[in-house]
Design a protein. Structure first.
Length: 422
């Protein structure tokens, strides 16, 4: 229902815009007719005023034209009443035609404005009824999930990267589509969808975020929408089809199957962002491809990006492949409330040397994300055998309850990222 009303309102606004454009066209034609009449009937008087002010008559208002005609004498000898051969009858007919068009356009514009106002009021009334219905919902039975229906997040619930993007995007004036990219962006097809395409491009270009879930979350907060709606997903799909975004679906098959839809700017996408004056940063997916054999180690890339996503969902700031000194090459850095960890994501067994190098960055401790619970238990045993303390978690426990994949909107900063501390 919400999507239907949104489309209906947009159709009415587009019709109103078209009517305004037609009215402006008629007004321009009226101005051209008045100028032609002045040149034919009072050409010398008009030229005299032009010599005094070359901007005349382009700057004249209706009142200026009235004053001009009141100040000149137009006699019958001018040819206005001559029946043939002077073109004035054609002008008269054109004036009558334009007056009729203008009257019709004014009536249609008034109707469109009334319909738009009625549609806005209907949307407000519908939203009020929905809010009242939600408030009266029966309490859930014991054991049922306590998920607020259609919960809309606020910037305060977001980690720093997402919050910064939301603040920038909320205050951004949506740039017009450059002529070169109009066919790909289709700005006139839907004003709302065009705006959301721009927001998606900004999130990828300036924030460097890659996963669809993160793009959904940021744009949803900016637009005041619940997550995973077609209102956000369609613009992303449009950008892929138009060649401005490149998409991939990366997967891990063992020890359990999971995956992520990831995106990066195409060369056209980067050129478009440059025309808008945006400084494009390297996306997290591109960084893994460049520095960590992301394509060859696809499963490892899934784990790194998914762990970053889950850390951010739980209120932690996360950096993929942070730059550090020394022999260690951690997969991520996470930080929250002054607590910082350099993290290794590991599907296999790891190595004694890797854990010791990692501990050098973490003041003698380690931070691990295994693929599943069994892997986590083994990694923790290995680190304890080396007398290394630390924290650990696993991707399956973060992502699933039993065998059921968790909904991202259910995960909040109140949840712990680490499942073990020792």
């Amino acid at each position: 229902m919400e999507a239907y009303r949104e489309r209906a309102l947009e159709d009415i606004l587009n019709a109103e815009r078209e009517l305004r454009q037609n009215a402006e066209r008629v007004a321009r034609e009226y101005r051209a007719l008045v100028l032609e009449l002045a040149q034919r009937l009072a050409g010398e008087a008009l030229e005299a005023r032009r010599r005094d002010n070359p901007a005349i008559p382009q700057v004249w208002t209706a009142a200026d034209w009235t004053a001009f005609w009141n100040g000149v004498s137009v006699g019958t000898g001018s040819g206005w009443t001559k029946p043939k051969g002077n073109g004035y009858e054609t002008l008269e007919r054109r004036i009558v035609q334009l007056e009729g068009e203008l009257t019709t356009l004014r009536e249609r514009l008034e109707r469109a404005q009334m319909e738009a106002a009625q549609e806005r009021r209907a949307r407000e009334e519908l939203q009020q009824r929905l809010d009242e219905a939600k408030a009266k919902e029966k309490p859930k039975q014991k054991g049922e999930a306590k998920r607020p229906a259609g919960r809309i997040l606020t910037p305060a619930e977001l980690p720093e990267l997402w919050r910064k993007l939301v603040e920038e995007m909320s205050g951004m004036v949506v740039p017009p589509a450059p002529e070169r990219f109009k066919a790909q962006l289709k700005p006139k097809e839907s004003g709302i969808r065009y705006r959301r395409k721009v927001l998606v491009l900004y999130a990828v270009a300036r924030g460097g975020i890659s996963s669809r879930m993160e793009i959904d979350r940021v744009v949803s907060v900016v637009e005041g929408l619940s997550e995973r709606t077609n209102s956000v997903r369609r613009p992303v799909d449009d950008l892929v089809k138009s060649g401005l975004l490149v998409s991939d679906n990366i997967r891990m098959y063992k020890p359990f199957e999971t995956g992520l839809a990831v995106y990066r700017l195409s060369e056209d996408g980067k050129a478009l962002c440059a025309l808008w004056g945006w400084q494009v940063v390297e996306s997290e997916w591109e960084r893994l491809l460049r520095l960590h054999q992301g394509a060859a180690q696809e499963a490892h890339s899934v784990m790194a990006l998914a762990f970053a996503l889950h850390a951010r969902l739980r209120g932690w700031d996360a950096v993929i492949l942070p730059q550090v000194e020394g022999a260690a090459r951690p997969d991520l850095q996470v930080e929250r409330d002054g607590e910082r960890w350099y993290v290794e994501v590991e599907r296999g067994d790891g190595s004694r040397r890797k854990w010791k190098n990692l501990a050098e960055l973490n003041d003698g401790r380690v931070a691990l994300c295994a693929a599943n619970e069994e892997g986590r238990e083994k990694l923790v045993r290995d680190c304890k055998a080396e007398r290394l303390g630390g924290v650990a978690t696993d991707l399956k426990s973060l992502s699933f309850i039993g065998d059921e994949l968790r909904k991202m909107v259910d995960i909040t900063p109140a949840e712990s990222l680490w499942l073990e501390r020792w």
